[in-house]
Every structure is written in structure tokens, then in C-alpha cells.
Design a protein around this ligand. Structure first.
Ligand code: OAD
Length: 255
């Protein structure tokens, strides 16, 4: 006869309840997400053992200087990432945030991801502080538009003849000012912040967590690992976002 085995819960029940009750107490929620929330959709993160920055150098692919030196190479890398992202679907983590949004007065998703999966999942208020991999911009006439072709010519050209660049923020560049101001406003006025799947080391986005603390918001972190922020949050839930967020949101809504 097979033995009955009791499996350990992913998160200790008291910790999950503590996080859920914090979440329930919030009237204005800000959610900061990073690459980890899309990991279970099959999109690689940047850091960590299998992260993109283990095999590729950011200085050769994600800076204005790199693009100027070799736009074709930069575009080949983005074309490859676009092909991965095109196949990806939002996972239970993205979907849980949509569900949560329906049960709280205000929820703003601030994402460092360029994959568009929060919008695809149906989140109503999404601020893409590092831009979108599906947007492009002409380096000559400065026109901006959406281009979802995969593959895309490397590099693509604008009607004006200019070389077109990906509509993402590269190292050394400023964040889109209006989007960034909206992110700062959402964090300054939030009472609870959820920080999901980010190493929280790339600024200015990472600075939104201390900003929330300064404004006396309570902070919950969901990550598979300890991060630079873990010591300063109210509750750190360790595990995959696609498993933890559904548990957390269910507990928040139904208890
Ligand atoms: P990182 O790759 O730096 O960090 C991903 C985080 O997600 C790590 O802390 C992992 O432990 C965690 N993680 C991995 N899998 C997870 C899962 N299934 N569930 C929950 N957490 C998981 O990605 P970001 O913090 O988003 O910028 O990186 C920030 C910025 O650095 C990016 O936007 C990009 C990058 O260079 C630019 O390219 C300008």
C-alpha cells in the first residue's frame, strides 16, 4: 500500500496570512515587477545562473554606443528576444495581478519588463518604465510606432531613410519622463507595495522601493531568492511568482 505523504506548503501559512492581511489593508497598491515574473512564461531573466547577462555583454548590446557601433548586431539580439517573447503567454503570476486589481480601489503595475505580458494579461494600469520591445523609434526623424514583425530586418529603416532603434531604455539613458513621473506618483501615494521578481539593483527603478518605505508604505516581496531589498521589506515570500502570487491573491480575496 502506498504511504500517505504530507507535502510541505510552498510558504509557511502564518507568513502567507501576514502578507495577505497587509495586502487586504491596502487602498492604493503599487506593484513593481522585474524579469522574474515572466520567467515561468519562458522568458530568460538577466542575472542569475541562466540569465542573459551570463552569455551576453550589456555593453555590446544594450547601450546607445553599442547601437551606434553596430546596429545590425544589436537588432539581431533584439530580434531573437522578440521571437522568444512572441511565443510567450502571460502566466498565473501576471493573471493574479489582474484578479487583485478587481478587488482593490487602485492598483498600478510598474514594470521593468519590455515584454508586454502585463498588458496582454489584462492589467489596466501598466507603466513600462524601460519601454517596450514592440515599439521602435527612428534615430533620424524621431518618429515612434509599434512594429511586431518577427523576424525584423536588422536594422530596420524608417520611411525617412533613418535607422530605426528598439523602443527600450538602454544603460546610460534616461527613462521616459512622463512614465517615470507617473511611477513615482503611484509609489508616493501607495500604502502597500508588492515587489515581484526583480533583483532590485538597477536604478532608478530600484529606488522606488526605498521611496515607498519613506512614504510609510508596507512592502511585500515575492522572489525565488533573497535580494538587495529583502532585509528592508515587511514580508519576503520566497518562491516562484507564478505559484506564490495566486496563493497570495486567493488568501487576500477570500479570507
Ligand atoms: P534580473 O534578472 O536582474 O532579476 C530577476 C529577479 O527575479 C532575480 O532576483 C531572481 O531571483 C528573480 N526570479 C527569477 N525567477 C523567478 C520566479 N520564477 N519568480 C520570482 N522571482 C524570480 O531582472 P530585473 O530585476 O528585471 O534593464 O532587471 C532589471 C533590469 O536590468 C532590466 O529591466 C534590464 C536589466 O539589465 C535593461 O536592459 C536596461
Amino acid at each position: 500500500m502506498a504511504d500517505l505523504i504530507m507535502s510541505e506548503p510552498l510558504i509557511p501559512e502564518p507568513l502567507l496570512q501576514q502578507a495577505a492581511s497587509l495586502l487586504r489593508s491596502g487602498r492604493r497598491l503599487a506593484v513593481l515587477t522585474g524579469a522574474g515574473i515572466s520567467a515561468e512564461s519562458g522568458i530568460p531573466t538577466f542575472r542569475g545562473a541562466a540569465g542573459l547577462w551570463k552569455s551576453f555583454r550589456p555593453g555590446e548590446l544594450a547601450t546607445p554606443g553599442a547601437f551606434e557601433a553596430n546596429p545590425g548586431l544589436v537588432w539581431e539580439w533584439y530580434d531573437w528576444r522578440r521571437s522568444l517573447i512572441k511565443e510567450a503567454k502571460p502566466n498565473a503570476g501576471h493573471e493574479s495581478l489582474v484578479k487583485l486589481e478587481q478587488h482593490v480601489p487602485t492598483l498600478t503595475v510598474i514594470t521593468q519588463n519590455v515584454d508586454g505580458l502585463h498588458r496582454q494579461a489584462g492589467s489596466a494600469s501598466v507603466l513600462e518604465v524601460h519601454g517596450s520591445i514592440w515599439r521602435v523609434q527612428c534615430t533620424k526623424c524621431r518618429g515612434e510606432w509599434e512594429d511586431c514583425r518577427v523576424p525584423i530586418p536588422c536594422p530596420p529603416r524608417c520611411e525617412c531613410g533613418g535607422i530605426v532603434r528598439p523602443g527600450v531604455v538602454w544603460f546610460g539613458e534616461a527613462l521616459p519622463m512622463d512614465v517615470w513621473h507617473s511611477a513615482e506618483a503611484a509609489v508616493s501615494s501607495c500604502d502597500v507595495m508588492l515587489v515581484v521578481g526583480t533583483s532590485a539593483i538597477v536604478y532608478p527603478a530600484a529606488g522606488l522601493v526605498p521611496l515607498a518605505r519613506e512614504m510609510s508604505a508596507r512592502v511585500i516581496e515575492v522572489n525565488t531568492k533573497q535580494t538587495a531589498m529583502s532585509h528592508s521589506v515587511d514580508v519576503a515570500l520566497t518562491g516562484p511568482a507564478a505559484e506564490i502570487l495566486p496563493l497570495l491573491v486567493e488568501q487576500c480575496i477570500h479570507c
